[in-house]
Design a protein around this ligand. Structure first.
Ligand SMILES: NC(=O)c1ccc[n+]([C@@H]2O[C@H](COP(=O)([O-])OP(=O)(O)OC[C@H]3O[C@@H](n4cnc5c(N)ncnc54)[C@H](O)[C@@H]3O)[C@@H](O)[C@H]2O)c1
Length: 254
């Protein structure tokens, strides 16, 4: 038997001022991590509320602004992270955007924006953080993908395909960095009650349809996702890598 680790290290979470990212930040704060709450500069107010909520219960947290669509901003994030925490053990690529459009109406600019943030952002933040993660024992990368990346939804062709790319990135990266002691996994949320998730149930009929297709007959909540992310970061998940785990209440079964 071994005692629980007293210091789980630092965790960087992108897009953490609200929604799923916020729930992950607060969960990691409660679990004793030094939480680096990152989000767009324009989200500073909300992000600082998250930092305060972690500090108020005795946790450690700081806000680091970053636009994951901008390589210069990512460079600053890496420097700030190293200065504040001397490296991170857990990277959670959570920042993401969604819009809805039929393939006929979709502009190349909107296609690119989705990939720039959801896919290229995940790649660039990961690439920039890898040298620091490699210095840590038991490092973890957790990408927030989507069940849409496995079985897409009409009207979200750009979003779903950008998330399919995140799943593929996760699988290949897991093999590339296994030798460095880094485990890489993805979480694929179903329909979660956040600003983004609400795009899927704007009318009572749409909400009823979500309930109907979900085995557990309810929406997911950000806290439904933060627990599985905390598990993947823990020692209990030491033998799990390269997986894309559905957290969807039973919409998808593979
Ligand atoms: N809510 C759902 O139903 C659902 C389902 C599957 C996957 N997801 C994924 O979960 C993650 C979190 O989504 P959410 O539901 O909390 O949405 P949300 O819109 O509430 O939060 C997204 C966060 O990402 C931040 N963000 C957006 N662009 C950014 C950028 N360029 N750089 C840095 N941060 C940026 C936003 O400011 C926001 O804080 C996303 O990757 C999303 O694709 C959500």
């Amino acid at each position: 038997m071994t005692l629980a680790r007293e210091n789980p290290g630092a965790a960087l979470i992108t897009g953490a001022s609200r929604g799923i990212g916020r729930a992950i930040a607060e969960r990691f704060g409660a679990d004793g991590y030094h939480v680096l709450v990152s989000d767009l500069e324009r989200q500073r107010g909300e992000a600082e509320t998250v930092v305060e909520s972690i500090r108020n219960v005795g946790g450690k947290a700081d806000f680091l602004p970053c636009d994951v669509g901008d390589p210069k901003s990512i460079e600053t994030l890496v420097n700030d992270t190293v200065a504040l925490s001397r490296g991170i053990r857990v990277l959670i690529n959570n920042a993401g955007v969604l819009s809805v459009s039929s393939v006929d109406d979709l502009s190349p600019e909107e296609w690119d924006r989705m990939y720039q943030i959801n896919t290229r952002g995940t790649f660039l933040v990961t690439q920039a953080m890898l040298p620091h993660l490699r210095k840590q024992d038991r490092a973890r990368i957790i990408n927030i993908a989507s069940i849409g990346g496995k079985r897409g939804a009409p009207g979200q062709i750009h979003y779903c395909s950008s998330k399919a790319a995140v799943i593929s990135f996760t699988q290949i990266l897991a093999e590339e960095v296994a030798q460095d002691g880094i485990n890489v996994n993805a979480i694929c949320p179903g329909i979660i009650d956040t600003d983004m998730g609400r795009n899927n149930y704007r009318t009572p009929d749409a909400l009823a349809a979500v309930h109907a297709k979900t085995a557990l007959k309810r929406l997911g909540y950000p806290e439904d996702v933060s627990g599985p992310v905390a598990f993947l970061a823990s020692d209990d998940a030491a033998f799990i890598t390269g997986q894309a785990i559905n957290v969807c209440g039973g919409i998808l079964f593979h």
